[in-house]
Write a protein that binds this ligand. Sequence first.
Ligand SMILES: *Cc1c(COP(=O)(O)O)cnc(C)c1O
Length: 486
Amino acid sequence: MKLIFEKSTFDREGFKLPKLDVPECKLPTDNLLESKKVNLPQVGELELVRHYTNLSKLNYCLDSHFYPLGSCTMKYNPKILETIAGFESFSNLTPNLSLSKKGFKYIQGSLALLFQLQNLLTEITGTSKVTLQPLAGAQGELTGMLMIKAYHQKKNNQKKYVIVPDTSHGTNPASVAMAGYESISIPTGPEGQMDLKIFKEKLTDEVAAVIMTCPNTLGIFNTQIKQICDLAHQKDVLTYYDGANLNAILGKIKPAELGFDIVHLNLHKTFSAPHGGGGPGAGPVGVVDKLVPFLPEPYIVKDKNDQFSLYQQSPDSIGKVAPFFGNFQVLLKALTYILILGKEGLEKVSEIAVLNANYIMESLKDYYQLPFRRRCMHECVISAQKQKEKGISALNIAKYLIQEGIHPPTIYFPLIVKEAMMIEPTETESKKTLDQFIQIMKKAAKLAKESPQTLKQAPANFIFSRFDEVKAARNQNLKYKNNNNE
Ligand SMILES: *Cc1c(COP(=O)(O)O)cnc(C)c1O
């Protein structure tokens, strides 16, 4: 495929300036002016449109392909969310209005929406108060960790460690380290959940918190959560629920009612705002009563006259973690999604997400190895260990899926499963799509036995097939050089 520079010819122009209708004047000749000719490509408008349209078609996206990327919740993003977030009354609003008393008059409507979202997320998580500020899941985790730190410092508790099961999302130990704590990793037992015996041994007075990805990255829900939280609280150890993938339990249980003190949610996963290459995120954090004084400020409150304002009065608050109110339009999309679905709709989200993942796991269990034989939640982890005996890896299968028009699942994660493939279908996919995926996965298992070469050469229908992955990561050559070496 040619670069736009290579398509450039100087007999065509995409843009012409209109005829000069004012007196011409010379540009200043100081040293700020670029004197060399800038080598910009010259193509006609039609060629330009075709170039970028064809480039965009090389990309996998949710609007074009099934995208079962585990842990990432690539569900359909309803277009009405974009329409509403794009209303001029929102997109032309400046948060600077919140800096003056007069400005507050003009943003009452937007504050009302944020206040409503704060309350809905409080209700959904069972917590006492929610901050909407964090701009991503990982930032929500760090916010939680900083609150944990502030809580223990206030009480003069000497704490050094945070317990992290080895099936946690990778950002969990990273957030622990960023807050200045050391992680204690707990291995997984035969049931696919944290080994309770080892947890008890490691749970000393020096532990500040336990952070659990729920369900864990095996897609398994820990059935001992209540006991884990009780044991932790006996030693003033705080409990953190990583709820990035709340679509597993939405409307069914509330993390705080299970005994968790802090919960973060990824609105860009569970509540359907586009993410990854498609948009920014939001990782609100909810806390129970004892942590409310430490919440980031300001947050939105409503007074007796139904006027909305910002609360920032707690001397123990960890302060701001983002400018203004967080990613306002992401918050708006999540609110729209919640209001459209309502309570019953949200319950259906988790029911169908879990059903879809189990349907895939059950359909593939005779073709791929299952590391743990128990019901999964919103995603399932299968392994290509059987295929590995024939020299076929999870990577080969992922490449074959690309050839067949499917975005590969997350592979080689969680780390504790060899040749892992982590599949998250989400609730927005139809049974027909799931059946097509299952057929293709079965075909891959058959090819691994009968024609492994086909899998090793996949994708055969793409302009790029296989990369030297080390070189691609370490020796990046991202600069275009034309014939004049410019
Ligand atoms: C995606 C995810 C995160 C991190 O969220 P970001 O918005 O990417 O920072 C954390 N935990 C879990 C379980 C996740 O799936």
